[in-house]
Design a protein around this ligand. Structure first.
Ligand code: DAH
Length: 342
């Protein structure tokens, strides 16, 4: 019996399993109910009294050593598994890790809203290049050669060539559309524009505009006003009203700036509308005959109107966003607020 105990002790000490499952097998084989240790304890019952003391002590040592060995090995394997992150067969009741759902950027949402509203009036979408030439951004739009908007301060020129530049407005797409298409023309032109401006809560060097153009026989200022009123009501709600103030743009004559009644105070005056009850939303006017002519459209036969608005500005007014920079930082805490915006 002494030999058997020694043999088992040696096997316990030398046991070097390769996997956690082997430890469990080992535990059952040695320490289990029908295991080798219990078999020895059975045998111990019939040992002669003079050997009982010595063998009993040895058996106790064997038992505690076997238990300790199993426990240490179990801990080692658990630590290894945790380090490898391979707890695949682990706790099946743990909640699954959640998948983050993306959402549309508020600028995309509002741009789509704008183009959807005009598509209900029969407008289609036209697009153009971001890298443009002087003709499409300025000259064809009746900007005199010395006009300050061509100034280096506003315009990003490409490689010091004054003819190639980043478009400063989407009005360039008007020109491209008129060069390509015969009237009737009814297009909305969404796109990114670039201006060399310092970044602040109200200005950015990259922003988005939607331009609109309607050319046909007999188009009047009344058509323009009614179309903008329809847009304002669809965008800001049935209660919205508009007013037009005389203004100047080189490419329209007459020109106007459009204000919408402040949707935050209902026109009473608040800090967003600076007490006036009105918010500026776009520029517009009747397309200057020079512009029609430059793009090959007969100004004696056709007339038309154009308008242009900033998408960031419309989104700010609609959702009460006070700092334009939030649109560009992509902080998900900001973006998630628009998950159910439409
Ligand atoms: N292009 C002008 C801007 O960037 C906006 C604009 C004003 C567009 C009047 C128009 C218009 O078509 O008629 O500030």
């Amino acid at each position: 019996m002494n030999d058997k105990i020694n043999d088992l002790l040696r096997r316990v000490e030398e046991f070097k399993p390769k996997a956690a499952a082997e430890v469990e097998e080992f535990r059952i084989r040695i320490l289990g109910k029908k295991g080798e240790l219990n078999a020895l304890l059975d045998e111990f019952k019939s040992v002669a009294p003079e050997y009982k003391r010595e063998l009993g002590q040895k058996l106790n040592r064997l038992k505690s050593e076997a238990i300790e060995r199993v426990n240490t090995l179990r801990e080692q394997f658990a630590a290894q598994a945790a380090a490898a992150g391979s707890d695949k067969a682990g706790d099946m009741t743990r909640p699954a890790s959640s998948e983050e759902l993306g959402s549309r950027h508020p600028i995309s949402l509002v741009r789509n809203q704008i183009t959807d509203i005009f598509s209900r009036l029969g407008y289609t979408i036209a697009e153009g290049p971001e890298i443009e030439d002087d003709w499409h951004v300025f000259s064809a739009l009746n900007f005199p050669p010395e006009h300050p908007a061509r100034d280096m301060q506003d315009t990003f020129f490409i490689e010091k060539n004054p003819d190639i530049l980043l478009r400063t407005h989407t009005s360039s797409i008007q020109v491209r559309t008129m060069e390509r298409q015969k009237p009737p023309i009814r297009v909305v032109c969404p796109g990114r524009v670039f201006r060399n401006e310092a970044i602040s809560y109200r200005a950015h060097c990259i922003f988005h505009q939607v331009e609109g153009l309607y050319i046909d026989e007999g188009v009047s200022f009344a058509d323009l006003k009614q179309s903008i009123l329809y847009f304002a009501k669809e965008m800001f709600g049935e209660h919205a009203t508009i007013r037009m103030r005389p203004s100047y743009f080189p490419f329209t004559e007459p020109s106007a700036e459009v204000d919408v009644s402040c949707n935050l105070c209902g026109g009473k005056g608040c800090n967003v509308c600076k007490g006036t009850g009105w918010l500026e939303i776009m520029g517009c006017g009747m397309v200057d005959p020079n512009v029609l002519e430059a793009s090959g459209i007969d100004p004696h036969k056709y007339s038309g109107f154009a308008f242009g608005m900033g998408v960031e500005r419309i989104a700010m007014l609609k959702y009460g966003v006070k700092d334009l920079r939030l649109y560009f930082e992509n902080d998900v805490r900001f973006l998630h607020q628009f998950d159910n915006a439409l």
